[in-house]
Design a protein around this ligand. Structure first.
Ligand SMILES: Nc1ncnc2c1ncn2[C@@H]1O[C@H](COP(=O)(O)OP(=O)(O)OP(=O)(O)O)[C@@H](O)[C@H]1O
Length: 300
């Protein structure tokens, strides 16, 4: 449904490399996640795929259409929810939706079934201006507007950034329902915990893809054992754990350190920490998350 073939894009007359030789595919009906930090190149890829930006090099196809030659066909068959709220702040909820339906030559009534579950949550406020809505409500309205012409492919650029935890959860439940309707979804997020909700993910950093796979297999491919190490004096703990000769990687995750060892398994770190005054240090083997895998891939 989406194919990228060696896509490269630079800005500022070639001085800023945004994405480099990006290739991956999204299958029909897939919920595919583009996971990476700010500046990784996610928005650039979305803009290329939605025909708003030309790549310097490479080829991309969406729904069987070439992003350069067939751009009008792509615009008619995809929905795009950009990262920044892009609806008309002075129009009400209903007016925004009506506007987007009209632009695509359809009506709210015609495709109401597709947006019903989402729209019903904001319908009580349909006369409120978009600029006066909460973050979660804006996000629901933007999704309705991106869906109103019943697109085959939905592009969602960081839809949950800056949205509260409850709304984030609800949003992913909505995506699961849209996927069940057969819509192919490409969604980007900087939140690693959302990665596991996708069928497959691409981990992207500094314009390069580090890995493409399903979340379980990415976690499975983590080499060696991972340990969570804790002590009350987190500052000293980090310094000493990093200085220890057997330590391979050591990163702070909340109030614990995630540590791997050169030998692949836990060795004398705990004894070392105790000699350094960290008597309360504890260590337990844990299952790596996507974020651990991301950090591991960055290292290589
Ligand atoms: N119009 C532009 N002019 C110059 N550089 C740009 C432009 N747009 C993006 N960049 C740069 O290209 C790189 C990729 O940016 P992009 O916006 O695609 O990343 P992103 O993963 O979407 O991150 P963010 O969430 O911060 O937008 C970054 O280094 C960014 O500074």
């Amino acid at each position: 449904m989406i194919t990228l073939d060696n896509i490269t894009k630079t800005y500022n007359k070639g001085t800023v490399l945004a994405v480099k030789d990006i290739s991956f595919e999204v299958k029909p009906g897939e919920l595919f996640g583009l996971i990476g930090p700010d500046g990784a190149g996610k928005t650039t890829l979305f803009r290329i795929l939605t025909t708003l930006l030309l790549a310097d090099k490479g080829r991309a196809m969406v729904n069987g259409f070439d992003v350069v030659k067939d751009y009008t066909k792509i615009r008619n068959s995809v929905g795009y929810m950009p990262g920044r709220f892009s609806l008309y702040q002075d129009l009400t909820i209903e007016e925004n939706l009506h506007f987007f339906a009209t632009v695509f030559g359809t009506t709210i009534k015609e495709n109401y079934a597709l947006i019903k579950d989402i729209y019903q949550q904001i319908e009580p406020f349909k006369d409120r201006r978009a600029g006066k809505l909460s973050g979660g409500m804006k996000q629901k309205l933007a999704l309705c507007c991106a869906l109103i012409h019943k697109p085959a492919v939905l592009f969602l650029d960081e839809p949950t950034t800056g949205v509260d935890v409850v709304s984030r959860k609800e949003f992913w439940e909505m995506l699961a329902r849209l996927k069940a309707e057969g819509i192919t979804i490409l969604v980007s997020t900087p939140y690693m915990d959302e990665a596991k909700l996708c069928d497959r993910i691409a981990l992207i950093q500094k314009g390069t893809i580090l890995s493409v796979d399903n979340p379980a297999d990415i976690v499975q491919s983590f080499p060696g054992d991972l340990y969570a190490v804790q002590a009350a004096n987190t500052h000293l703990l980090l310094r000493e754990a990093r200085a220890y000769e057997g330590t391979e990687t050591c990163f702070a995750f909340g109030d614990a350190l995630h540590v791997t060892f050169r030998s692949g398994v836990a060795d004398g770190l705990l004894a070392h920490l105790k000699t350094r005054g960290l008597d309360d240090a504890t260590m337990e083997k844990i299952t790596p998350g996507i974020e651990d895998c991301f950090i591991h891939l960055l290292k290589n």
